[in-house]
Write a protein that binds this ligand. Structure first.
Ligand SMILES: [Zn+2]
Length: 634
């Protein structure tokens, strides 16, 4: 089924007249059927599933504007139907899609899976109702997202329509050719960016910056080399919300890109959190910033979020599926299905091939994959993570040693990922009496990221998910933790006495961690405990490499030299990346399907080692290209 007219005809022939479908429109990668009788299609859901099977396109049921209740009427209906105890805290009307987003404190009370009552609400209000779990700590990112979408109704309607027309344009030829262009994060970590080119399409995977780079040639993806016009890009697909994968994204909009971004549902608010923080830190330090808040808003307005496992057309010859990568909340492996199955690419993004407290292990079931692009952050032979229990014990021992002396333990963490894993470990061991009880201070941005974990709890590990869904309780913010909301509260965290402090940024490139570090570094009984990867060139890496003195940039942009007397320790096993064994094990699961492996996202030595081992053990051609190479894979 190729031509748009054919698709439309099939739909018209297969939808019963009782459904009262008034029009069919593109809505980005989906076809939207507008109906005056939503209950018919929602209750007879087989009609839509049969249709999807026939046309092989995503279909969504939308409600004709003429039967939508006014916002005031809809609000009243909702408040009357929902049980009071569920505590509705916010109602957002998305006029573009005809959706209502309800923020609810206790969605459990809405019945299992929320199914029946949601259909009921939809039919009575004429709006499609979606439920979001309201976390105990407010997340400004979600509010930013709501704000950005409700203030851009017309431009979003246009965007969805044009995106759809572009995706479903007719193909120019039936020949398939596929090339991979390396723009960043090859033989290095940072500025991840890969361009996939076929005869029909150009697709960008990730768009990051290198936080450790000292000049702009090394800091940003090499778009200049790829000679690409932003207008030619079909879409950007984002693997996960870390700056080295998303830091350059708003810049594309600044320079005129207006196509879609695809990412998982939690990735959007997490990205927003990091982009906003980037602007905040840059303006405090007085450094020139790459992009501004208006560019971040464009990122939101052009993002199309996808759940894991759903096949979505992103261009005339490429289909996309996102799968859990086990690295951070919402992190995805990107599976591209090119030219009716002629070629399949899996890009691992950052991935963890093992279960953690926070997340399930990365997905390894790919029906077909000829080319694998795989990260190798921990790709050296010696990068082997000890058993998880041992890791937790050395973490606990290291902290206890300092707390018992009355010292403070400073843990630099990226706001997203390690922070939440560490909070779960601290909570568990304090509860069991194995970790000395002391106040744990958590900086505001980490708390915000944690809140997003609660809202998108269906992306968490099975145990956490069950706990949240069955009890409507927050497993992260227990009595041991204090949220540092304002920087005046930092004084409390720095007062005499033992304490644990968790702050961003994870590599000490800006953020509140610097203020704590400056205060704690000159004292020998304190400790800085690293739990995540430190990119070459970052302040974190220099401290880890035992510098005696380091320059710290203050909030006002001035530089202060800080003497380091503080103990320095690192615990490796909490990483959200696969260790050497897990990388090789992952490849071994796919080996029978693979035609080649491209190794990236690792220091040169590590990419070389992984490629060499894959060649040798599995006899699969494996390369470690540099940046600015074009590799024809089909
Ligand atoms: Zn990452």
């Amino acid at each position: 089924m190729t031509s748009a007219t054919e698709v439309m005809n099939t739909i018209l022939q297969n939808i019963p007249a009782e459904a009262e479908v008034t029009r069919i429109e593109y809505e980005g990668p989906k076809l939207a059927l507008y109906t005056k009788k939503p209950e018919f299609l929602l209750l007879n859901s087989y009609i839509i599933s049969d249709l999807v099977n026939m046309i092989k396109k995503r279909v969504v049921v939308r409600i004709d504007k003429s039967i939508r209740k006014t916002e005031t009427e809809a609000k009243e209906i909702i408040m009357n139907i929902l049980p009071k105890e569920s505590e509705v805290t916010n109602i957002v009307f998305d006029d573009t899609l005809g959706e209502i987003i309800l923020e609810v404190k206790k969605p459990k009370l809405l019945g299992s899976k929320n199914g029946a009552s949601l259909i009921d609400l939809t039919c009575k209000t004429g709006w499609k109702v979606k439920i979001f779990r309201k976390p105990p700590i407010a997340s400004s990112s979600l509010q930013n997202i709501f704000q950005a979408i409700i203030t851009a109704v017309e431009s979003r309607e246009k965007f969805f329509k044009e995106t759809g027309e572009r995706i479903f344009r007719s193909r120019l030829s039936s020949d398939v050719e596929v090339s991979i262009l390396t723009l960043g994060a090859f033989r290095e970590v940072g500025r991840s960016a890969i361009l996939i080119e076929t005869k029909e399409s150009k697709i960008l995977l990730d768009c990051g910056i290198n936080p450790g780079a000292r000049n702009s040639w090394d800091a940003y993806p090499r778009f200049d080399w790829a000679d690409i016009y932003l207008d030619d890009l079909d879409c950007v697909i984002i693997s996960h919300a870390h700056l080295d994968h998303i830091g350059f994204l708003p810049v594309l909009y600044k320079y005129g890109y207006n196509g879609p971004i695809y990412c998982s549902e939690p990735t959007l608010p997490l990205m927003n959190l990091l982009h906003m923080d980037y602007v905040k830190v840059a303006s405090m330090e007085g450094t020139k910033r790459l992009f501004d808040i208006r560019d971040i808003r464009e990122v939101i307005r052009h993002s199309i979020t996808l759940p894991y496992g759903l096949v979505t057309d992103v261009s005339p010859d490429i289909k996309l599926v996102l799968n859990n990568a086990g690295h951070i909340l919402g992190s995805s492996m990107i599976h591209l299905h090119i030219g009716e199955g002629a070629h399949n690419i899996v890009y691992s993004g950052d991935f963890k091939f093992a279960k953690t407290k926070l997340l399930e292990s990365a997905v390894r079931d790919y029906p077909r994959v000829e080319t694998l692009i795989i990260e190798s952050t921990y790709g050296a032979k010696e990068d082997i993570v000890p058993d998880r229990r041992e890791v937790e014990l050395s973490f606990v021992n290291s902290i206890n040693e300092t707390l018992l002396k009355g010292g403070k333990v400073l843990i630099p963490v990226p706001a997203v990922g390690r922070a939440q894993e560490i909070m779960l470990v601290i909570d568990e061991y304090m509860r069991r009496g194995k970790l000395v009880e002391a106040p744990v201070f958590v900086e505001g941005m980490i708390s915000e990221a944690t809140a997003i974990h609660v809202t998108f709890s269906e992306y968490l590990s099975r145990e956490l998910r069950t706990k949240i869904h069955e009890t409507d309780e927050d497993p992260f913010f227990t009595e041991y933790f204090t949220n540092v909301e304002h920087h005046n509260n930092r004084e409390e965290a720095l007062q005499e006495g033992a304490a644990i402090i968790m702050a961003t940024s994870g590599m000490l490139e800006g953020g509140p961690i610097l203020e704590y570090f400056e205060a704690l570094a000159p004292t020998e009984k304190n400790k800085i405990l690293f739990v995540s990867y430190q990119i070459n060139g970052t302040l974190g890496r220099r401290i880890l490499d035992r510098a005696k003195q380091v320059p710290v940039i203050k909030d006002n942009g001035k530089i202060k030299i800080v003497d380091i007397k503080i103990q320095v320790d690192r615990i490796e096993g909490f990483s959200g990346h696969s260790d050497y064994n897990q990388i090789i094990k992952f490849v071994s699961k796919l080996r029978s399907k693979l035609k080649r492996v491209i190794v990236n996202h690792g220091e040169k030595r590590k990419t070389e080692n992984v490629a060499k081992v894959i060649n040798k053990i599995f006899k699969i051609p494996a390369f470690q290209p540099s940046n600015q190479e074009a590799i024809k894979v089909y």
